[in-house]
Design a protein around this ligand. Sequence first.
Ligand code: SF4
Length: 71
Amino acid sequence: MNRPKIQIDQDACIGAENCLRYAPATFETDERGKARTRDGDWDPVESIRIAVESCPMGALALQEVENGGRA
Ligand code: SF4
């Protein structure tokens, strides 16, 4: 099971929650209103990509993992 790697710049995140709208199974906000990834099954990578691109602060970066996900 390949999961993309998602980097979240916590300092840049303003809690706009665009990412949650497009990929609700992947992102949630913590008690400070900052985005974080969820446990469990994520959304399809296409949805995650849209969510990443929707961030008004550019706080998200997606690194798609192919070939077994070795970092
Ligand atoms: S869309 Fe960007 S600013 Fe908004 S919660 Fe997600 S990471 Fe944070």
